[in-house]
Design a protein around this ligand. Structure first.
Ligand code: PHE
Length: 366
């Protein structure tokens, strides 16, 4: 009996001074494991006479309970101490002020795309997207450019290798116009969408990069005419450049997917040697700048997209987003847009907190 007492006290002392989880576990196995000394003692109860058992069992059971409780308590104490140590070493003071200048900025292209989405959302347009790796049919054929069409040659297309040997080469879309086809096929009519995104052409100088950004506009409904196109473009450009004196000049042009096609010029004026958009381009000291392509959607394109051109018609336009950004925010080299130079981004980037809203004037303050 005394031997049980002293072994138990020894075990309790060892448990109390164990300084890590492994040591506690070793002590548990030593006492309570299958071969542990308390487990062995419990096994001896079976061979005892009932009187003997009645006398010895309570002390053994009590020893087992005490040791088990001590082990559980010690484990918990060690875990709590470990947590305290971690909390003490990993300090994060949430009351510290943020760095004075946030280091990221919004790229002018993203800023302008946000501004455009805001303006067109207000006019009831939703934003549509399409793949940048496009097939020949959506990029050309369905836009009324058959395989032999000379306009295909003007697009300086990047083609992928001819995998299936059948001549069905995929390509990097040369404009956002294939989204017209995809949207009409998916949504049917009436439809009012803009489609901003990346486009690719094999071309590179101060005003051309192999990848650039366009935004496509498409309206299909009943009884849509050129007047709707002109009003929409005027409203959009006035909101975008934030001036009421934006004057448009529509010139006859040619695109295979629009008929009639209209090239749109915007009047500019000389302000201290800089061309600033606004005013009548025919006035002295003023001029016209070509800005975008547009027209009434060709009946063949409406047919290709699965709609009946006798019932549905509409207009489309396409404009360079990078060019819009350059004109509004005064950059002069397009290539710098895609260099990823931090100095340029710091200078021309916008605050992430400056969200375009129509009520606030859509442009960025900075
Ligand atoms: N897709 C034409 C281009 O890239 C622009 C355009 C779009 C013209 C829609 C007319 C209508 O040049």
């Amino acid at each position: 009996m005394n031997e049980l007492q002293s072994r138990k006290n020894e075990a309790l002392a060892a448990i109390a001074s164990a300084d890590n989880a492994d040591a506690v576990e070793a002590l548990r196995v030593e006492a309570l494991g299958k071969q542990g000394w308390i487990s062995q003692l419990l096994k001896t109860l079976g061979a005892m006479t009932p009187e003997e058992r009645q006398e010895r069992a309570p002390a053994i059971q009590a020893a087992r309970g005490e040791v088990a409780d001590a082990i559980a308590a010690r484990k918990q104490a060690l875990e709590a101490a470990a947590l305290d140590r971690r909390l003490a070493s990993e300090t994060l003071d949430l009351t510290l002020p943020a760095p004075e200048t946030p280091s990221g900025s919004v790229h002018p292209v993203s800023q302008v795309m946000d501004e455009l989405a805001e303006i067109f959302a207000d006019l009831g347009f939703s934003v549509a997207t399409g793949p940048e790796i496009e097939d020949d049919w959506h990029n050309f054929t369905a836009l009324n450019m058959a395989e032999t069409h000379p306009a295909r040659a003007m697009h300086d297309t990047f083609y992928f290798p001819d995998r299936d040997g059948a001549g069905n080469r995929m390509l990097l879309r040369t404009h956002t116009s294939p989204v017209q086809i995809r949207s009409m096929m998916k949504e049917g009519a009436p439809i009012r969408i803009i489609a901003p995104g990346r486009v690719y052409r094999s071309d590179s100088d101060a005003t051309h990069t192999p990848m650039f950004h366009q935004i496509e506009g498409l309206v299909i409904d009943r009884d849509i005419h050129l007047g709707h196109l002109k009003w929409t473009l005027e409203t959009f450009l006035k909101a975008f450049f934030e001036r009421e004196d934006i004057v448009l000049r529509l010139r006859p042009s040619y695109f295979p997917f629009t008929e009639p096609s209209v090239e749109v010029d915007v009047g500019w004026q000389d302000v201290k040697g800089r061309r600033v958009l606004g005013g009548d381009g025919d006035a002295p000291g003023h001029g016209w700048m070509e800005l975008l392509g547009s027209g009434m959607v060709n009946a063949r394109v409406i047919e290709f997209a699965g709609l009946d051109p006798a019932e549905w018609q509409g207009f489309a336009f396409g404009v360079g987003v990078d060019r819009l950004a350059m004109l509004k925010y005064g950059m002069d080299d397009l290539r710098a847009f895609f260099d990823g130079d931090r100095r340029w981004l710091t200078h021309y980037g916008f605050s992430a907190f400056d969200q375009p809203t129509l009520s606030g004037g859509v442009g960025a303050r900075a």
